[in-house]
Design a protein around this ligand. Structure first.
Ligand code: 5GP
Length: 182
């Protein structure tokens, strides 16, 4: 299976070092605040698990799952929530934790939905960011790495539900040299 992946665009050590840096920024910024981290399933489950273990503050953890939009809904940015959060976030500081920001449509939608629930703030923490494929402006306050417009897998990210468990981020061989992001 690993033969299908061009290994290690980002090694597990690089990811770990950057995650620790991001967690210390978050620790510094959210001291004394009610912090709720919300992971966007499924892709963010690995990053969120590693990130929160380095945040040295009391915090709550929840998850949201969204269906990816089909081709016809991309431009409208309509994303369906298929698993909502369980926690009451009113008055709390939400940190949305994403694996990767591509067009930005998923996060734009989620930020809008969560803002309606009366949180004190909503910010975004994403391990990976593909600025060249962005369609809507998103302020990613905590950003791990900028990537070119490649389709990447591993560290939570899948291709047809495979490769999520790889400890590094890699590019599928069939996508090497391609600009396809989906
Ligand atoms: P956006 O709404 O920003 O276009 O897309 C965000 C979601 O698209 C991510 O949470 C992820 O599920 C998926 N995605 C975007 N780029 C990639 C990629 O390079 N690899 C994988 N596996 N998923 C991606």
């Amino acid at each position: 299976m690993r033969d299908e992946v061009e290994k290690s665009l980002l090694s597990s050590d690089e990811i770990s070092r950057r995650t620790i840096e991001m967690a210390s920024e978050i620790t510094r910024d959210y001291r004394g605040r009610d912090l709720v981290t919300i992971g966007v399933l499924k892709g963010a489950f690995v990053f969120l698990a590693d990130l929160v273990r380095h945040i040295e503050l009391p915090l709550e953890i929840d998850f949201v799952a969204v269906s990816s939009y089909g081709k016809d809904t991309v431009s409208s940015g309509v994303v369906r929530i298929i698993k909502d959060i369980d926690l009451d976030v009113a008055g709390k500081h939400i940190l949305l934790v994403e694996d990767i920001v591509d067009t930005g449509l998923t996060l734009k939608y989620l930020i809008g939905v969560l803002r309606e629930r009366g949180p004190a703030s909503v910010e975004v923490c994403a391990l990976l960011n593909k600025p060249e494929t962005r369609k809507v402006e998103i302020d990613v306050k905590y950003k791990g790495f900028d990537l070119p417009p490649l389709f990447v897998v591993g560290y939570g990210l899948d291709c047809a539900e495979r490769f999520r468990h790889l400890p590094y981020v890699g590019v599928l061989k069939e996508f090497e040299g391609s600009n396809e992001t989906r």
